[in-house]
Design a protein around this ligand. Structure first.
Ligand SMILES: *[C@@H]1O[C@H](CO)[C@@H](O)[C@H](O)[C@H]1NC(C)=O
Ligand SMILES: *[C@@H]1O[C@H](CO)[C@@H](O)[C@H](O)[C@H]1NC(C)=O
Ligand SMILES: *[C@@H]1O[C@H](CO)[C@@H](O)[C@H](O)[C@H]1NC(C)=O
Ligand SMILES: *[C@@H]1O[C@H](CO)[C@@H](O)[C@H](O)[C@H]1NC(C)=O
Ligand SMILES: *[C@@H]1O[C@H](CO)[C@@H](O)[C@H](O)[C@H]1NC(C)=O
Ligand SMILES: CC(=O)N[C@H]1CO[C@H](CO)[C@@H](O)[C@@H]1O
Length: 281
């Protein structure tokens, strides 16, 4: 993990998928007040003070896709005393990678429907001759080699960036445009990728990031966040707790949200199988 990404851990969005029995609450009713007060108490009185986290967004989605709880804790900005809410934007860091995976599968399915899941095992050059990538290229050239290819799992930002670039090339578009299309289709209207042109001073709906040194938290220079724009596919998404609830509903309902099939069910199933395989590895 690069130092930049490790700094991001002090502000985060937590999404929880609860496997609660459907009969626990009546339809449309929100979270059980007793469970809610335990969660609130833990986050407010234990988690935030112990970790010096200024703000935390939480959304809880039941396994069938019903949003049980979507809320914000703490302050989006401690100095200006701006309360954190379920519409406050947070840089969600590496959770962005899961969106990149959806985008890659979506593009491959659109452009190579006949290949099906084999698209992932097809050499890139066959999918897009113009790609012409080598491991000696651009960002990869300056990375230290940690292990041989396919020999072991390694946390890796660069390959997500490459995957995002390739999805853009294959779609004759750009990663950022594909991302924006996905956000629009998912109805994640309060979320966006970081842009070089962002004027953070005019974005009170964005959480001020903090970093912690020896148990004291300091506001971070938001201009530094723009460094992530070279690696948007690995960590450039600003999202809200409400929007992350939509994303969870989309995944839990196999690509469907509000009755609209955003990616085919086959693609979603593939996504889940790959995720489970990786989690088990
Ligand atoms: C950091 O601060 C918290 C809350 O003020 C306190 O509970 C904890 O003991 C402190 N930790 C250290 C290492 O000083
Ligand atoms: C978001 O927060 C507002 C204000 O606390 C609340 O009224 C609303 O129900 C929340 N939204 C969801 C989806 O829980
Ligand atoms: C691929 O890149 C190499 C090295 O830059 C170049 O020599 C070659 O012509 C390129 N091939 C294609 C198909 O663009
Ligand atoms: C990798 O790129 C560097 C810088 O362009 C070049 O000097 C080197 O020869 C390349 N190595 C290989 C194996 O192509
Ligand atoms: C790719 O997009 C460009 C500009 O948007 C367009 O001119 C070109 O025809 C497109 N190429 C293909 C193969 O669709
Ligand atoms: C802070 C912010 O951008 N809020 C917007 C979130 O999305 C809703 C619905 O599009 C808007 O009404 C809010 O203004």
């Amino acid at each position: 993990m690069s130092p930049f990404f490790s700094q991001l851990v002090s502000f985060c969005i937590i999404g929880i998928i609860l496997s609660l029995s459907r009969n626990s609450f009546s339809q449309g009713q929100n979270i059980d007040p007793e469970i809610r007060s335990k969660i609130d108490d833990f986050i407010q009185n234990i988690y935030l003070p112990a970790t010096k986290t200024s703000a935390l967004g939480l959304s809880i989605v039941q396994n069938d896709g019903e949003v049980l709880y979507s809320t914000g804790f703490g302050y989006a900005d401690q100095e200006k005393m701006i309360l954190n809410g379920n519409d406050t934007q947070f840089l969600i860091g590496s959770t962005t990678k899961s969106f990149t995976a959806v985008i890659v599968l979506r593009v491959l399915n659109e452009k190579f429907p006949d290949l099906g899941e084999k698209a992932l095992d097809t050499p890139i050059k066959k999918l897009i001759p113009a790609a012409n990538f080598t491991f000696n290229d651009s960002r990869v050239r300056y990375s230290e080699e940690g292990c041989g290819i396919r020999s072991e799992f390694q946390y890796n930002n660069q390959m997500f960036v490459v995957a995002g670039e390739l999805a853009g090339l294959i779609a004759n578009s750009s990663y950022d445009e594909l991302f924006q299309n996905l956000l629009t289709d998912l109805g994640m209207l309060n979320s966006s990728l970081v842009k070089k042109s962002d004027d953070f001073s005019n974005m009170p709906f964005r959480a001020q990031p903090y970093y912690v040194i020896e148990n004291v938290s300091y506001p971070m220079n938001t201009e530094l966040i723009k460094r992530v724009t070279t690696s948007n596919a690995a960590g450039g998404l600003y999202a809200t707790a409400n929007d992350m609830a939509r994303y969870m509903r989309f995944l839990l309902n196999l690509g469907n949200i509000d009755g609209q099939q955003v990616v085919p069910e086959t693609v979603s199933t593939e996504y889940i199988i790959i995720s489970k395989t990786l989690a088990a590895a």
